[in-house]
Unconditional design. Structure first.
Ligand code: HEM
Length: 752
């Protein structure tokens, strides 16, 4: 019977969560966005490279099939996968606003909003693990961390190529690398093992709808005895959860997953020296056999032998050459509720107590569904650093950095990762109500007293130190592909932006460009058939937060605007800007039948006194406007202002209902001699205007003029706007940076 596994076909969930990249080489690029709008443009470039569940699942299936046939890793089958997640401040920067209001810190939204730093103490990140020592995630070293780009490859070469390519792409969009964290499978006999020497990544949850169920025991994964099938909603937001628990997360989070990244440094000699110290103590107390070795004790601290073989199945010795035993996940603790074989403080029983957890000794063990199943996490980490080699003076040496790059996915940060870390790993009183507290996880938990229970007598109280140190931590959200696309447009999926009052034109307030970190404009709009204006401000910086500064006023409250019914555009004189405290403008305005222009001046100062300097005149007095019926707006050519006393402009105008643009020149001087430099062209000649039939206004982004050789603009057309950029030189190559969004997103234009 064919089994329906719809999640294997899913093209919306990123590939690492359910399918798993499973690559030997990985790099996490921790990114800082200088500017939210530019980061959106970068995101649009990156999205096609983000791996989906379907792609990764298909590859992994083909890889396993080929491996079965050839008996080794098929070298011809290679892939480089990418995944992308954002921190709360990363989402905030992309959206230009908080993704949600302040959330209760006991919820996953609250945890994500806070990030790991304020929660460090609770999660055991104290003393030398405290955030002030972290290499990333503490916001001290390289600025805020906004995104984590995961790149995973089969070969070091492919990884390096993609990392270089992605670093370069990021740099083009003002994105810096706050930290680059590598991870790589250890080589030779250590392959698949973590640095203490134990096989890692054996027990991963199966996922309903993704992994095939065992026909005889449908709660377990086929061909993986002991691996339970967990509802997908425990790892992917919005799917069914254990016990049909409600999903408290907003709709935009659908098919995303919360990612935890922790750099956990491992002191390998320290850890083994501790095992060596405990061995004679345990022997003296007759808690372990007289011939027990360090390997024997260490295996109990982990719960598996080095090979991966479970202590529960093979209590006496490892099975180093038995690959079936090494991958055995069919472990039950029902016959070992006291932890005499696999101790209660072992890493295995602390992180997944399976069927062996009681409320108190003598009580019935908790059922795995729903109690244990809702605490599972999807681990996707990798070791980093060279293996310990006491004879090495190089990377293997005792002082070299090495550890576990711990990465896991879940739909609830608090009830899954944090619960395991806090309530299980670090808590000495877990499992609860024992006559003597079991102590913290003896492999990775806190420094503390561990009680070694055994059949022969009283528990032996041992003092265990922690040899795992936290060196960096991030909480991130790995969005669905749908959400990534929405974020590239600066919105959350399903967010219905309010429709806005279209704008007719903007006039920069001459002496406030900028003032106090904001640039000010008068925005002219037609409200209820009447031309009005209001002052607005746009903050410099990443979010360009805009604000209405004054209420709407009719335009004729300005002395110089008397008789004006429709303002089309205001063009500052090239050579009369802020001269003796005044700026002169050509004001193009129209009635139903005709456009005319006049000269006005605006003085600096709080009341911006204006004056009409020249009466209305027809456009025909300008040679440069020959054949123009109506000027819509004028855009200065960024690198051609007052070059040898001449300035160039693009003039956009409408003739017979079709908007076109030409290039004109205006010379400095009394006469402002002007002429046509290049004749009319259709709008479509600019690729950044694709799909636009008429542009109403173009506003240079105030702090993004001539940034990295490009100038950035907001282009308003009808009730929408987009962000475009243009090279400052040559043929002024232009491109769309952020596609259309409703002008309703401009608070300054929409609020009354
Ligand atoms: C340096 C730190 C760590 C090391 C060296 C380490 C090592 C291991 C090893 C050797 C195993 C057994 C093999 C396997 O089933 O994959 C394991 C299992 C596991 N670890 Fe860790 N681990 C570390 C940190 C953590 C942390 C911080 C967590 C969670 C907060 C965690 C959660 C788990 C879980 C859930 C399992 C599977 C248990 C099972 O289902 O049997 N580990 N780890």
């Amino acid at each position: 019977m064919a089994v329906d596994l719809p999640l294997r076909e899913n093209e919306n969930i990123q590939g690492d969560v359910l399918a798993g990249f499973k690559k030997d080489q990985m790099v996490l690029l921790m990114l800082t966005f200088e500017d939210g709008i530019r980061a959106r443009s970068w995101l649009r470039r990156v999205i096609p490279r983000i791996a989906t569940t379907r792609q990764v699942a298909e590859f992994n299936r083909a890889f396993s099939a080929a491996r079965k046939l050839s008996g080794g890793d098929p070298t011809a089958l290679k892939a480089t996968w990418m995944g992308l997640s954002f921190t709360y401040s990363g989402l905030e920067r992309l959206l230009g606003k908080a993704p949600y209001p302040s959330a209760d810190p006991t919820t996953t939204l609250g945890a994500f909003q806070q990030g790991p730093v304020p929660r460090a103490n609770d999660l055991g990140d104290r003393d030398d693990s405290n955030p002030s020592h972290w290499l990333f995630g503490n916001n001290k070293t390289e600025g805020q961390l906004h995104a984590v780009l995961t790149i995973a490859s089969d070969t070091a070469k492919d990884l390096e190529n993609t990392v270089t390519e992605q670093r370069e792409l990021a740099a083009q969009y003002g994105i810096s690398i706050a930290f680059q964290q590598v991870g790589a499978t250890l080589e030779g006999s250590r392959r698949g093992k973590e640095h203490f020497g134990f096989k890692d990544g054996v027990s991963e949850p199966g996922v309903r709808g993704f992994d095939e169920p065992d026909p005889l025991r449908p709660e377990w994964v086929k061909d993986h005895p002991g691996t339970r099938l967990i509802p997908a909603g425990e790892f992917v937001v919005g799917h069914q959860r254990v016990g049909n628990a409600p999903n408290p997360l907003p709709a935009w989070a659908f098919e995303g997953s919360f990612q935890v990244v922790r750099r956990l440094a491992q002191d390998v000699p320290g850890w083994w020296a501790q095992i060596a110290r405990q061995l004679p103590v345990l022997k003296e107390a007759k808690a372990i056999p007289a011939d027990a070795t360090m390997e024997w004790v260490a295996a109990r601290v982990v719960g598996r032998w080095r090979s991966g073989t479970p202590v529960a199945k093979c209590p006496h010795a490892d099975q180093p050459f038995n690959t079936v035993a090494a991958n055995d996940n069919d472990i039950s603790f029902l016959n070992d509720l006291e932890g005499h074989t696999t101790p209660l403080f072992s890493h295995l029983r602390k992180t997944n107590p399976r069927d062996g957890l009681q409320e108190r000794p003598g009580a019935d063990p908790f059922p795995e569904d729903p109690v244990m199943d809702r605490r599972r996490i999807m681990r996707r980490g990798s070791p980093y650093g060279a293996p310990f080699d006491p004879t090495s003076e190089g990377p293997g040496g005792p002082d070299a950095a090495r550890g576990l790059l711990f990465v896991c996915y879940q739909s609830d940060l608090v009830q899954q990762f944090e619960f395991i870390q806090k309530a299980w790993i670090d808590s000495p009183a877990f499992p609860p109500n024992r006559p003597e507290q079991p102590g913290p996880d003896a492999m990775v938990g806190f420094t503390g007293a561990v009680n070694w229970e055994h059949e022969g007598g009283e528990p032996v109280n041992l003092s265990f130190q922690r040899f795992v140190r936290t060196e960096g931590a991030v909480y991130a959200f790995l969005p669905s592909i749908t959400m990534l696309k929405a974020l590239a447009d600066g919105r959350l999926p399903g967010e219905e932006p309010a429709t806005g009052q279209p704008v007719d034109t903007f006039l920069p307030v001459p002496d406030r460009q900028p003032k106090d970190g904001k640039s000010w404009y008068w925005a002219f709009r037609t409200v209820a058939g009447e031309q009005r204006y209001r002052a607005i401000s746009i903050a410099h910086g990443n979010d360009h937060t805009d604000r209405k500064e004054t209420d709407d006023q009719p335009v004729d409250t300005w002395d110089s605007f008397t008789g004006v019914t429709q303002v089309d555009c205001l063009l500052p004189f090239p050579d009369r800007q802020n001269v003796d405290g005044k700026t002169f403008y050509w004001l193009f305005h129209s009635t139903a039948t005709q456009q005319r222009y006049r000269v006005v001046s605006i003085a600096n100062g709080d009341d911006h006194r204006d004056a009409k300097e020249h009466d209305d005149a027809p456009l025909s007095t300008w040679p440069a406007l020959d054949g123009v019926a109506r000027v819509d707006f004028v855009l200065p050519v960024p690198d051609r202002q007052r070059v040898n006393g001449v300035s160039l402009y693009w003039v956009f105008h409408t003739l017979n209902g079709v908007q076109r643009h030409r290039v004109i020149s205006i010379a400095d001087g009394e006469q402002h001699a002007n002429g046509i430099v290049r004749g009319d062209r259709r709008l479509a000649a600019w690729s950044s205007f694709a799909g636009i039939d008429k542009v109403t206004a173009v506003l240079p982004i105030p702090d993004m003029k001539q940034v990295g050789g490009r100038s950035w603009y907001w282009v308003f057309h009808r009730d929408r706007y987009r962000v475009v950029s243009m090279l400052n030189s040559g043929d002024h190559d232009d491109q769309i940076e952020v596609p259309d969004r409703p002008t309703g997103l401009w608070t300054s234009l929409t609020v009354n």
